[in-house]
Design a protein around this ligand. Sequence first.
Ligand SMILES: [Zn+2]
Length: 300
Amino acid sequence: MPELPEVETVRASLARDLVGKKVKSVSVTNGRLVRRHKTAKDFRAMIEGHSIRSAQRLGKNLVFALENGTHLVIHLGMSGQLLRAKGPKDPKPKHTHVVFTFVQGGELRYVDPRTFGELYISTPPAEGQPVEISKFARLSIGGDGLALRKTVPELAHLGIDPFEDQIGWDRFAAILRSRSTSLKVVLTDQDIIAGIGNIYADEILFAAGLRFDRESESLSTIEIRRLHRAISETLTEAIKHGGSTLDDEQFVDPDGVPGTYQQFHQVYNREGQACFQCRQPILRETVRGRSTFYCPKCQS
Ligand SMILES: [Zn+2]
């Protein structure tokens, strides 16, 4: 599933050529992808004829501001891809469900074999209508995250975004100490920290030297600072490498290029292989139905 580094890779790529373009037409061949709207026609009517003003990201969501004040929100779900094409003559990949055609030429295609992703147009709340913003996000002291939540109420519940919300380690400590759940659960709960999933939670916890099943409230100050730093460092490195593309997943950027960060994974998908730090075999455990990889020696 695409996580923050993959979604950010897509955002950065699209920001380069989508901003300023005007949507000429949209075709939707699978209504499930626009399920928040009554009909696919409603979705199309809300975006056709409008220009894209910016490309932002919050958690695992792509947020494109339109010139009329609304936003196109895209979540890639488990297997979504956004691919650019020169025009209708470019062969369409299987599972292409939504196609945006631009006045200036070119297409953007949404491809998703499992159709867990979604696209919708978000309308800003009426003047004076309060938006209930996540208590964790409210701890942010800067960044674009709060403004984005205020104009896209569907995203207001999201917890701290490691890049769009600024939060020092001391406020991060307050979040961890308010929970009595395992670190893996805290890191992957989108309402606490937005953008991290199964892969990066394991990599971050290895980088911080912490076990997935440690209770978040049990961390010392030094451990909290280590975890805080590991989140931004691990995600920054992953973005630099265009995210992770695994054998069984199809993540590619809008030009069809896979990420390379999987080559730098320390623990994820490495069960039985030697830890790069201590040579102990990496272990795998199932937590809430999903695999967790860790080093029994380097993480405590
Ligand atoms: Zn180790």
